[in-house]
Design a protein around this ligand. Sequence first.
Ligand SMILES: [Zn+2]
Length: 136
Amino acid sequence: MTDTTLLRPDAWQQDGPDRVRLLATRCGRCKTLTFPPAPSCPACWERDQLTIESLPKHGALHSFTIVHTPGTGITAPYAVGLVDYEEGVRVCGRLRGGAHLSVGMPMETIPGSIREGENPLSGWMFQAVTKSPEPL
Ligand SMILES: [Zn+2]
């Protein structure tokens, strides 16, 4: 399975070597927040009253798994997880520090290399707030 949100340039923005922001659309009619940004609100189908908002830097780890069979250009094993934000949005992403992850722990959004080699891909990753980063 490929997470195509990683390939969407409108879903994230790198603000520096250590900082990345995830972007979402806020519906002006029903206030639903949608990640990745969408051309219409999935709750009420509003198309005109949509604004772009940044998600907060921190969320909570909802679940995760360790991947042992990677795609081309990706080194395994690595961790992938779902991070929940207080605003009601859940985001999938790579995780750093897979050996010390636990459900519910606070996570922060960081920039990271998703794939290396001939066709490199950069995007966002998550790492535990309370643990020092470690390679997996
Ligand atoms: Zn709406």
